[in-house]
Design a protein around this ligand. Sequence first.
Ligand code: FES
Ligand code: FES
Length: 171
Amino acid sequence: MRITLTVNGAPHPLDVEPRRILADVLRENCRLTGTHLGCEHGVCGACTVLVDGEAVRSCLVFAVQCDGSSVETVEGLSGPDGEPHPLQRAFSAERALQCGFCTPGFLMVAAGALAADPDLADAPDRIDALVGSNLCRCTGYAPIRRAILRAAREHRARPSGPAVAADHHEP
Ligand code: FES
Ligand code: FES
């Protein structure tokens, strides 16, 4: 089937078989390998991307279901000049990653939450739920929680800044 995905602001016309999952199409057709595949059945969250602003496990949706949608991957988080997203800076500052396999998924689920809720810093239970939604085998979760809280506080202090950068990446 012929579909078009807008990925990190850039249109991607694609010919894909209906059976192919969004994660594989992002990785293999769009060459965006920052989206990781862990469990491939919706448990670990490593494959999380934003589809029209909603966090989605890209191993659980077919690419054809996203025809016409806007998809944000971890590659789209940084700014036009490559400056890190506040979440990326916070993950670095709080040492919220070790092997990093889970990190794209945590960044994207947090980016979606930050974009939807400028007051996320006031909702520690919500941050706990976000952290609990994805699996990490290395960090023990506390640094990830601190990093999301740190970025949420920064985002609240500067609410005019985008939670997700867009429209700057060429295909
Ligand atoms: Fe999609 Fe684990 S690879 S949730
Ligand atoms: Fe290794 Fe999370 S940092 S799985």
